[in-house]
Design a binder for this molecule. Structure first.
Ligand SMILES: NC(=O)c1ccc[n+]([C@@H]2O[C@H](COP(=O)([O-])OP(=O)(O)OC[C@H]3O[C@@H](n4cnc5c(N)ncnc54)[C@H](OP(=O)(O)O)[C@@H]3O)[C@@H](O)[C@H]2O)c1
Length: 253
């Protein structure tokens, strides 16, 4: 296990719950020093920090609203002050915001979904890429969604389009940053049991979705986190521009 220690410094956005929390813990256990990012859910972030430290990992908490570029830049500066650098970034923070059909959609809702799910990825990536290009190396993993591939479930068109943008951004970034020694990949989770679904999916909807999954259960945050950790790790050194489906077989490309 000791050989895995001191793997580098990683920022995980949205590490206060669900997939981000499990990813921060997984990377902490594997020997990365983790910046645990949160916005509303300070308690959740404290729980993440506690679990990483109990696993004898190193972690700090950082707060920012990822919808605001200036806040993201301040957060990245604060991490560099504490850690010295950032070697890996997991762009995980995001949300469906609400289920809204096209004819009921307002411009405010559309902008909110894109600001939270797409602009935030641009802000975090640009701020961290300044450091990674200087040090000539790094890894970025973007959390997209099955919705970005198949158009999403009921009332999720804006979210699906936003996650599709994240998928495309991942490919373009991979090409642009490869000469700097930076790999960029993504995961596209299917139905993962997190507070996301507690908020946006009824028990009846969840039951219907699970029936369609060949593996017959909703994935766990940990089952997504291990794939993200693989993409961050040197074991994935020849992978870039790829988004891996983590969906129990629900969509096969
Ligand atoms: N669960 C699924 O089935 C599923 C499927 C496909 C893709 N995804 C994607 O996976 C990612 C994680 O989702 P999850 O299921 O783990 O949901 P979750 O438990 O609701 O976690 C969402 C995270 O995003 C953060 N966040 C939300 N708004 C923010 C803001 N304005 N500024 C900063 N952080 C913000 C939250 O932090 P605070 O609460 O601290 O604000 C939280 O840590 C999201 O990008 C989601 O779209 C999830």
């Amino acid at each position: 296990m000791n050989a895995d220690r001191n793997r580098g410094k990683v920022l995980v956005t949205g590490a206060s719950s669900g997939i981000g929390q499990a990813t921060a813990l997984e990377l902490g256990k594997r020997g990365y020093a983790v910046a645990v990012h949160y916005f509303h859910n300070e308690k959740g972030a404290e729980e993440t920090l506690k679990q990483i430290r109990e696993a004898r990992g190193e972690a700090i908490g950082v707060k920012a609203d990822v919808r605001h570029q200036a806040e993201v830049e301040r957060m990245v500066e604060a991490i560099v002050e504490r850690f010295g650098t950032i070697d890996a970034l997991v762009n995980n923070a995001g949300s469906l915001v609400a289920r809204v059909p096209l004819l009921e959609m307002t411009q405010e809702y559309w902008n909110e979904v894109f600001t939270l799910n797409v602009n935030s990825v641009f802000y975090c990536t640009q701020a961290v890429a300044r450091i990674m290009t200087r040090q000539k190396g790094g890894v970025i993993v973007n959390v997209s969604s099955i919705a970005g591939r198949n158009g999403g479930g009921p009332g999720a068109i804006a979210y699906a389009a936003a996650k599709g943008a994240v998928l495309t951004f991942t490919k373009g970034l991979a090409k642009e940053l490869a000469p700097h020694g930076i790999r960029v990949n993504g995961v596209a989770p299917g139905v993962i049991q997190t507070p996301f679904h507690d908020r946006f999916t009824s028990a009846e909807q969840m039951k219907r979705m699970v029936e369609l999954i060949p593996l017959k259960y909703a994935g766990t945050p940990e089952e997504t986190a291990t794939v993200i950790a693989f993409l961050v790790s040197p074991e994935a050194r020849y992978l870039t521009g790829e988004t891996i489906e983590v969906n129990g077989g629900l969509l096969m490309d």
